[in-house]
Structures are given as C-alpha cells and as structure tokens.
Design a protein around this ligand. Sequence first.
Ligand code: 5GP
Length: 190
Amino acid sequence: MNRSAGKLIIVSGPSGSGKSTVVQKLLERCSLPLLLSVSATTRPPRAEEQNGVHYHFLSDKDFENRRQNGEFLECKEVFGRGYWYGTLRSTVSAGLNAGKWVILEIDVQGAMAVLEQEPDAITVFVHPGSMEELERRLRSRATETEDVIRRRLDVAAEEMSYRHLYRHELINIDVDPTVESLCGLLHQYQ
Ligand code: 5GP
C-alpha cells in the first residue's frame, strides 16, 4: 500500500460500544485531516443509509467479483448472517495518497487482517467497560429480537477478547470525553 503522508487508523468495538457515534463526532470535531473509509457490503441498506455514504451496497455477484480481483484489503462475512463486508483498497490508497488519516471502522478479524499487511496502523478498541453494560445497552435499543441480541452478545464477548491486541483501549461511557480522548491520542502521532 502506497501511503505517502497519510496514516491508517483502525477502530473496532462490539456492537453497542457506541463506536460509530464516536467516529462520527471525531470527524466533526478533530482538526486532523481524517477520512472515514466507506466499506462495501452485501447487506441491504437500512432506512436512513445512503449508497456511497454509509456503505457501498453491492450485490453478492459484484462483491464476489471484486473479491476475486483482489480489490479488498480485507473482507469477511460478519455475524454469520450471510452478509459480506470489506475494505476497498482503492478507497484506502486514495486517502493515504492525499495525505489523509484514513479511519477503518471494522470488526476485529478485519482489523487483524489489515494489521498483518499494515503493522504501523494505529489501532483503537472502543468498548463500554464490561459485558454487563454492553448487554444493558443492546437491550435498551429494543429494536432486535432476543435471538439477535443473544447472537450479538456472543460475538461481542468474542470481540472483547481481542482488545489487548489494540494499541489503545477507550472506555466509552460519555461520548464527548471519549471523542476528546481519541482526538488527543491521535494528535500524538503527528
Ligand atoms: P453494520 O451492519 O451494523 O453496519 O456493521 C456490522 C459490523 O460490520 C460492525 O462490527 C462493523 O464494524 C463491521 N464492518 C463494517 N465494515 C466492515 C469492513 O469493511 N470490514 C470488516 N471486516 N468489518 C466491517
């Protein structure tokens, strides 16, 4: 990967950790030249999601063709639901070449796959402190069936076991201080 002046940042954390909100606010508030890499997925868009903004929504066939062409820095099936997610090499290298600090918001296995290729990536794991708190947050959303919650909790427990492999661990209780800490720690890499 040609990186010139840019940097690669990987943010992971279990579902319910609030990592998407943290990343969104970081983009608004942090003065570094950050760019969020838009992943590709075969999952159908949710009501509020726009193609090319939240994800590049691809058909199974298109995703598979791109996978075989080596267009992904990493890709995998997440949640065992049959949906694929992947980081496009072209997005990351265009950002790095433009001197951006490219953020990948990806799951732990994707993160490990990227780290093998990009060991200097700045890795950050966001979580709510404990599995109890995570369960409380997932349940309070009340949008998922018990089955889905159970499955997400199993995945979350598995993901939490990877947290020591990240350079930074951020406990997200209140989003504003978490965003401030993250912005501060990223500035140390300037
Ligand atoms: P959601 O379907 O809720 O948007 O995302 C589900 C999970 O997929 C999240 O844990 C998210 O971090 C992960 N994810 C999103 N994009 C990618 C990607 O490009 N690669 C990998 N490995 N995981 C991703």
